[in-house]
Design a protein around this ligand. Structure first.
Ligand code: MEV
Length: 425
């Protein structure tokens, strides 16, 4: 019997991806060699470096997003994440049940001015084209990289006698944080001069409302069926738990954490700023004044319809994306998406992770799926070899909640049995 993708060893998976033309031999070699980062990269990315840490990179193969086949790389330390997303995409016909509804890539920055004169707002309005020119001069290559300063607006400040300039930029393929901060720091002194005020701060906002992506899923209820639940019952229960996350922030934060399991793992694999991605998502979840789930699900006839809406502030060039060799390899594995495509993939991964989590919660509970993976890691902890992990994990699964001592005992029994077979063969 041919093995499933998840049953292969990492080397077998690499070989299969080479056979399928998804990885070149050199790329497979990169993933198997696990080269440590050179000192220049380490010291270029952080200060006071004493070492480095590694994380597993798993893939979800055979996904199709907006008609394009994708192999999705995910960097995570949480054992169930890749398996859950894989399951989510299975229920979504590998992504064919998804539609990209909206997709934007822009960001906004703030120049905050204090102690401004009574006429400051009018003075700023009168100088907007000069301030825009100063902004462009701070980043002469912005336009040639497909970016532009979309608008500069004057808005009230948050403290007495203050004002702010809101600068919105489309940063091309970059995430845009550096571009934005360069522009703001160039514009700020001129704005202070015009208003007679003082600059309090000039920095981007991680509020991501200008980078919102929306993806919709419509899947047959039959895809949700389990041995003990009909597809319709599961669909109705998924709609109910998602609705709960619209009403109750305790549940919403966990609902959204499950979504970010996927989004952040893709962001990390591609060298993006996971804190920016998380901050923007959670702020967006609270943008109505109440913290809510980032996705909603409802049953419509024989279909479960789900919609995820969230900002995904990522880039495909610049920063760690450029410097980290594994991030470059991850983008190559993904098929070199544009930034808008990367956002759409990330939102789709978030929705798949969410669907899998809600499906598990309203059917068997999440521990059953989690435990299967934990049996594997318990087997590794007690010293099982690669060949012993699967049979030992299968035995551990029959025990319920096995201790480390029991795992050791079962491993010893397994080895004795193997030896016995060896003698008889
Ligand atoms: C676990 O990492 C994520 C879940 O808790 C998400 C959820 O509850 O929706 C399973």
């Amino acid at each position: 019997m041919t093995k499933k993708f998840w049953q292969l060893t990492p080397a077998e998976r690499q070989a299969l991806l080479v056979d399928q033309g998804i990885l070149s031999v050199d790329q497979a070699q990169f993933w198997s060699a696990q080269q440590p980062l050179p000192e220049t990269v380490l010291t270029g990315l952080s200060e006071n470096v004493i070492g480095q840490m590694s994380l597993p990179v798993g893939v979800v193969p055979g996904v199709v997003i907006a008609g394009t086949p994708r192999t999705i790389p995910l960097a995570t330390e949480e054992p169930s994440v890749v398996a859950a997303i894989n399951h989510g995409f299975k229920m979504l016909d590998q992504g064919r049940d998804l539609t990209i509804i909206a997709n934007a890539h822009a960001l906004t920055g703030q120049v905050a001015l204090q102690n401004v004169s009574a006429y400051a707002a009018q003075e700023l309005q009168a100088n907007l084209s000069r301030l825009t020119a100063i902004g462009y001069a701070a980043h002469p290559t912005l336009k040639s990289h497909g970016g532009r300063i979309e608008r500069i607006t004057v808005a009230p400040g948050a403290v007495d006698d203050s004002l702010q300039l809101l600068v919105t930029v489309t940063p091309g393929e970059a995430m845009g944080a550096n571009i934005m901060n360069d522009i703001l720091e160039a514009v700020a002194p001129a704005a202070a001069e015009v208003t007679g005020g003082a600059v309090l701060f000039a920095v981007l906002t991680n509020d991501g409302r200008d980078s919102v992506t929306q993806v919709q899923a419509a899947l047959p209820l039959a895809n949700l069926q389990t041995p003990s639940h009909s597809g319709r019952t599961v669909g109705q229960r998924i709609a109910a738990i998602a609705d709960w996350a619209q009403q109750d922030s305790r549940r919403a934060v966990t609902h959204n954490k499950g979504i970010m399991n996927g989004v952040a793992a893709l962001a990390l694999a591609t060298g993006n700023d996971t804190r920016a991605v998380n901050a923007a998502a959670h702020a967006y979840a609270a943008s109505s004044g109440t913290y809510r789930g980032l996705s909603i699900w409802r049953v419509q006839d024989d279909t479960l319809v789900g919609t995820i809406t969230l900002p995904i502030p990522v880039g495909t060039v610049g920063g760690a994306t450029k410097v980290l060799p594994s991030a470059q390899q991850a983008l190559t594995l993904l098929g070199r998406p544009t930034v808008l495509q990367l956002q759409a993939i990330a939102a789709s991964v978030g929705l798949a992770a969410n669907l899998a989590a809600l499906h598990a919660l309203v059917t068997d509970g999440i521990q059953r799926g989690h435990m299967r993976l934990q049996y594997g890691s318990l087997a590794v902890r007690v010293g099982a070899t690669a060949a012993e992990i699967a049979p030992l994990a299968a035995q551990l699964a029959t025990v319920g909640r096995p201790s480390e001592a029991l795992a050791q005992q079962l491993l010893a029994q397994l080895r004795a049995k193997e030896k016995d077979h060896g003698h008889r063969d």
